[in-house]
Design a protein around this ligand. Sequence first.
Ligand code: NAD
Length: 254
Amino acid sequence: MSTLPNERLDGRVALVTGAARGMGAAHASTLAARGADLLLIDLDEAELTALAAQLRENTGVRVVTLSADITAPGAAETFAATAVDQLGGLDILVHNAGIMHDFKTLEQTDAAALRPYFEVNVLAPYAITRAALGALRASKSPRVIFISSSWGQVPDGHSYGYMISKAAQLSMMRALAKELVAEGILVNAVTPGAVATRMIPDEVYAEELAAVPLGRLADPLEIAASVAFLASDQASFITGQTLNVNGGALIVGV
Ligand code: NAD
């Protein structure tokens, strides 16, 4: 490598799920600011359309939106085909869409209640990665990035569907990294601690805040910066890793 790797993403195409608000919108803004064209996916069409218009105007990148449920049959194949047909390929896949933890105990949670968490957090990212494999193989700098959670590393003692599915994401990330490293496809995860988004309802704000040694919730852009780093050439020798962006949570002894 004759020059220092830089952070720019010009000419690359990024797909972000759950992009309409919160962290997904922050990933979209940060990747666009670094020059990436975007395929943004979310259930919420109105917020997605407004964000896309704003990003086109502010950054000049190409932005395609799809209002879709990532768990719908055939959705994964539609996403991959849209990236290739409308944006010319796919370089960066950000598995961000997730559903909220429910703060319920074992007795309050029957097994069926775990199903939606696995569909959104595990099965959909699996299907999307599988459908995108051809496009990722054709990329010069292919990346897959999971937004897991620190609750997937150390359980919070409730929210079973959330905890277990977020841990499963990390396991899937490592399995994919191992299989795909020979093809140069780099797969990593970011594990945020508590982040100021709508996922954190007011009634659990104090509990979430208490779990952050830095004493505040993260701004979504602080998580997006790590995603943009993993997407860039600066992270060209990193795969199978988990980047903990949690304000000091999980430091042994804290
Ligand atoms: P959020 O609830 O603000 O946004 C999630 C987005 O995903 C929404 O726009 C929603 O419409 C979309 N979405 C949900 N299910 C979908 C589906 N089936 N198909 C398409 N879109 C769907 O949440 P956030 O806080 O921005 O969370 C983003 C990611 O970060 C999630 O995976 C979450 O688990 C993770 N996370 C959040 C926190 C936190 O404190 N907020 C902490 C750790 C990890």
